[in-house]
Design a protein around this ligand. Structure first.
Ligand code: ADP
Length: 262
């Protein structure tokens, strides 16, 4: 079984001031994913469909008073509706390409405690897989069991780590809009070099707080999740979804330029 994440950076225009889909990328990526014909779970990021609302409403922040709670209720509703719309468009495109994609809204069967998933009905996901469907999950706004915050954003990166461990994935692939993990942000530092392998011993301080648009931690948040997964014994590969052919090669088990986290 393979779990593949399509990053919000590849699927949406992440720094746009309103939710904006990268239609060309979605069309191409959906076509490339159809190269795989075994058990597959797809997780996509929220990109501008999630981060704009999550940030505006401060979802995941401590709730200060009754009015703030009412504001956050509105924020959770708007975030969930927005990311669900993105998921709908992704699934529709995957279906067009012949993939039996079934959108599975994480907030309907997942909760967090202090922003970490503490409950998830993976049995349901397994059942869809066993019937031949391709479950498609995504970063979402969920109920959090910490009474001071009550709601949290879970990233697609946290979801893949959780599912990979719980459902014993054979391969985990993440795609974003860069070739992998670099010594520094490749978008701002032309001297940054691609790291072919990242382990707990790699010095990664340059990846902290880089992506201000991303409330779930950008590249740093991703690496943190994937190192936890590596500790558990599952390696993952980060590749560039913006480069045509990469997703097709990766899902077919062929070599692709990227970073292996182990
Ligand atoms: P996605 O939404 O696709 O999951 P993120 O936006 O969370 O991905 O993270 C990818 C972004 O992280 C890249 O676009 C890049 O600008 C930024 N970044 C910051 N530091 C690094 C680094 N050291 N190596 C690679 N990318 C980095």
């Amino acid at each position: 079984m393979i779990i593949i994440k399509i990053g919000g950076s590849a699927l949406t225009v992440k720094d746009a001031d309103k939710p904006t889909l990268d239609e060309d990328n979605l069309e191409r990526i959906a076509g490339e994913l159809s190269a795989y014909n075994d058990d597959m779970i797809i997780v996509h990021g929220a990109g501008s469909y999630g981060h704009i609302y999550a940030k505006k409403y401060g979802i995941g922040d401590v709730i200060s008073n009754v009015n703030d709670h009412l504001y956050k209720l509105e924020g959770v509703c708007r975030t969930q509706a927005s990311v669900q719309l993105l998921n709908y468009m992704v699934c529709e495109k995957l279906q067009e390409k012949g993939i039996p994609a079934i959108g599975m809204k994480p907030s309907a069967y997942m909760t967090t405690n202090n922003k970490r998933i503490d409950m998830c009905d993976t049995g349901l996901i397994r059942k869809y897989l066993d019937n031949g469907f391709v479950p498609v999950l995504y970063g979402d706004a969920v109920l959090d069991n910490n009474d001071y915050m009550k709601y949290a954003i879970i990233s697609g990166d946290q979801i893949i780590t959780y599912l990979a461990e719980d459902l014993h994935a054979d391969r985990v692939i993440l795609s974003s809009d860069v070739d992998g993990i670099y010594t520094d942000n490749p978008k701002t530092n032309p001297d940054a070099e691609l790291l072919e392998v990242v382990t707990r011993d790699t010095d990664l301080k340059t990846t902290e707080n880089e992506n201000q648009a991303d409330v779930t931690g950008g590249m740093y948040g991703k690496i943190r999740e994937l190192l936890d997964l590596a500790d558990y014994g599952i390696e993952s590969l980060i590749i560039n979804a913006d480069k045509p052919g990469n997703i097709r090669l990766a899902v077919s088990g062929q070599k692709v330029k990227g970073t292996l986290i182990k």
